[in-house]
Design a protein around this ligand. Structure first.
Ligand code: NAD
Ligand code: UDP
Length: 332
C-alpha cells in the first residue's frame, strides 16, 4: 500500500498528515478544492520533506473530478479529510454541509468502488458523543442525536461506512487537534475570525484580536471553564499512518473500526490559556463571557483502544502544542 489519496490534504490536519505519510514512505496524492486552504501549503510541506507532494485540484462532490483522478493514478488507500467543519455555520447552511460532507463521501465511495479501491480512513470527530454522561468517553459510549448538522454528518459518515461493507474502513474520532509542525512551515490557517480556541488565543496574543472571550465560567468543572482533550496535530498525523498500517494487516472484509484519538487528559480553557502564557512568555488579553450555545461542559477521551490496536498514543505535551502554535502564528 504505497500511493494514498488524501482528500482535503491541503487543510490543517491533512497537510500535517501528508508530511507524516511522506516520512513513512507513502506517496500521497493530495486532492482538494482549496475552499478552506491555499496552494502555499505545498511549499511548506516541501520545506519540511524536501519534496513537493502531488496535488490535484478537484472536488469530492464531483464524479467527473474523481473519475479523472482514479483513472490517472493507481490508488491503494484513501484518507478522507475533505469536509466543511464549522459547527455554528452548519446550522445556518445545513444543506451545504450535507451536500459537501455526505454527498462528497458517497461520491468518493462510488468512485472507489468503481476503481476497486477498498481501504479508507475517515475523519470523524469527538462531536459524535455530544453531551456524554460519563467521562472519559470510550468508543462503546452510545451516541445521542447529533447536536448540529456538522455532528450529524460525522455520525452519518461513520454509519455509511459501516453499511458499505465492501470497504475496509477505519473511523478516527479526533478530539481537539491544536499546534503546528515544529518547523513552523505549516499550521492552521483559519479564514476570518477563528471559531476555535487556540487560533483565537494566538491571534489575541499577537495583537490581531482585542481579547479572547472565555465562553463560560460557571460549568461544573474544577475551575468553572469548559474541559476538552487537546492533542498535537503531529500526533494526530501519525495516527493516520498507524491506521493505514492497520488496514494493510486486516485483509478481511467487511472491516469497520472506530478509534478515539486524544491524550486522555482533561484540560480546562483557563489552564490552556495560562499554560500558553507561561510557555511562550506572552500575555493573552481575555474577558469572561457567557457560555457558547451548543458547547458541552466537558469531553475527553479514553484513548486505550487506539493504543492497544493501533499501537498509537499521543506523545506531545500541552506545552509543546502551545509552543508550536505560537511559533506558527509568529511566522504568519
Ligand atoms: P480544514 O478545513 O483545514 O481542511 C479541510 C480541507 O478540505 C480544506 O483544505 C478544504 O479546502 C478541503 N475541502 C473541503 N470540501 C472539499 C470538497 N468538497 N472537495 C475537495 N476538498 C474539499 O479542516 P481540518 O481541521 O484539517 O479538518 C479535516 C477533517 O477533520 C474534517 O473532516 C473535519 O471535519 C475533521 N475534524 C477536524 C477537527 C478540528 O478540530 N480541526 C476535529 C474533528 C474532526
Ligand atoms: N472557547 C472559548 N473562546 C473561544 C473559542 C473557544 O472559550 O474564542 C472554548 C469553547 O467554549 C470550548 C473550548 O474553548 O469550551 C474549545 O473550543 P473549540 O471551538 O476550540 O473546540 P470544540 O471543543 O468546541 O470543538
Amino acid at each position: 500500500m504505497k500511493q494514498v489519496l488524501v482528500t482535503g490534504g491541503m487543510g490543517f490536519i491533512g497537510s500535517h498528515t501528508v508530511v507524516s505519510l511522506m516520512e513513512a514512505g507513502f506517496r500521497p496524492v493530495i486532492f482538494d478544492n482549496l475552499c478552506n486552504s491555499s496552494e502555499d501549503v505545498l511549499e511548506g510541506i516541501a520545506r519540511i520533506t524536501g519534496e513537493k507532494p502531488l496535488f490535484i485540484k478537484g472536488d469530492v462532490t464531483s464524479a467527473a473530478d474523481l473519475k479523472a483522478l482514479f483513472t490517472g493514478h493507481n490508488i491503494d488507500a484513501v484518507i478522507h479529510f475533505a469536509a466543511l467543519k464549522a459547527v455554528g455555520e452548519s446550522s445556518e447552511k445545513p444543506l451545504e454541509y450535507y451536500h459537501n460532507n455526505i454527498g462528497g463521501l458517497i461520491c468518493l465511495l462510488e468512485a472507489m468502488q468503481e476503481h476497486g479501491v477498498r481501504n479508507v480512513v475517515f475523519s470523524s470527530s469527538a462531536t459524535v458523543y455530544g453531551s456524554a454522561a460519563h467521562m472519559p468517553v470510550d468508543e462503546d459510549t452510545p451516541l445521542p442525536p447529533a447536536m448540529s448538522p456538522y455532528g450529524s454528518t460525522k455520525q452519518m459518515g461513520e454509519r455509511i461506512l459501516f453499511d458499505a461493507s465492501i470497504f475496509r474502513s477505519i473511523c478516527l474520532r479526533y478530539f481537539n487537534p491544536i499546534g503546528a509542525h515544529p518547523s513552523g512551515h505549516i499550521g492552521e490557517l483559519p479564514l476570518g475570525v477563528p471559531n476555535n480556541l487556540v487560533p483565537y488565543v494566538t491571534q489575541a496574543a499577537a495583537g490581531l484580536r482585542k481579547s479572547l472571550t472565555i465562553f463560560g465560567e460557571d460549568y461544573q468543572t474544577p475551575d468553572g471553564t469548559a474541559v476538552r482533550d487537546y492533542l498535537h496535530v503531529m500526533d494526530l498525523a501519525e495516527a493516520h499512518v498507524a491506521a493505514l498500517n492497520r488496514l494493510q494487516q486486516v485483509q478481511d472484509r467487511p472491516h469497520w473500526e472506530v478509534f478515539n484519538l486524544g491524550t486522555g487528559k482533561p484540560i480546562s480553557v483557563k489552564t490552556l490559556v495560562e499554560t500558553f502564557e507561561q510557555v511562550n512568555g506572552v500575555l493573552v488579553p481575555r474577558v469572561m463571557g457567557p457560555r457558547r450555545q451548543g458547547d458541552v461542559p466537558e469531553l475527553w477521551a479514553n484513548p486505550g483502544r487506539a493504543k492497544e490496536v493501533l499501537g498509537w498514543n499521543a506523545e506531545h505535551s500541552l506545552a509543546a502544542m502551545l509552543r508550536d502554535a505560537w511559533n506558527w502564528q509568529q511566522k504568519l
